[in-house]
Design a protein around this ligand. Sequence first.
Ligand SMILES: CC(C)(COP(=O)(O)OP(=O)(O)OC[C@H]1O[C@@H](n2cnc3c(N)ncnc32)[C@H](O)[C@@H]1OP(=O)(O)O)[C@@H](O)C(=O)NCCC(=O)NCCS
Length: 175
Amino acid sequence: MTVRVATLGDAHRVAEVAASTFPLACPPGTRPDDIEQFISNVLSAEHFENYIADPNRAVLIDETVDAHVVGYAMLVSGTPTDPDIRATLSHEPTIEISKLYVEPTQHGSGAAGRLMSSSLSQARESGCAAAWLGVNQQNVRAQKFYTKHGFQIVGTKKFVVGVQTHDDYVMEVRL
Ligand SMILES: CC(C)(COP(=O)(O)OP(=O)(O)OC[C@H]1O[C@@H](n2cnc3c(N)ncnc32)[C@H](O)[C@@H]1OP(=O)(O)O)[C@@H](O)C(=O)NCCC(=O)NCCS
């Protein structure tokens, strides 16, 4: 398994992993239509081509020797534009770990830890003092994972999936 920065040729494979793993982060009761809408509006291969080409973002993938993508993370540079999120954060410059998703067969395997370590290393190398993320308040496994990597809950925010608004925690780590 290796973590590397995704290239445009990876967009379709990352989008497949994104579509299959996004529902795992949604709280029970999330409507399938809303999940489908989010996947087509945010996680299509075309969107990943744009994310990969965006100089303010980095898409990292964890893949096997035979090029099977088992997970991915996406970093977004810069101070968040939402003033409510900005108010919860204590350190700048910062970077958002906007997505971190791993196939269920690889949960507990260390794949997510590799993606997180690479994300935090990349953030440090780019001069960031901290990283932050949003996580659904019912996603206890992810919260525990982030806590293991030094993140602390610093506030709350909303996250829109289709027509529903979900409640997230904002978590931050000093680098
Ligand atoms: C979140 C995610 C990346 C974490 O990766 P992971 O490999 O599952 O993480 P780890 O196993 O290293 O850590 C999870 C911890 O939660 C624990 N855990 C597992 N299920 C749990 C549950 N239902 N409640 C509380 N803790 C739980 C695990 O035992 C582990 O703790 P430990 O290392 O002390 O034993 C991965 O689970 C994932 O991709 N989930 C689906 C997508 C997702 O939710 N992404 C995050 C969006 S913000």
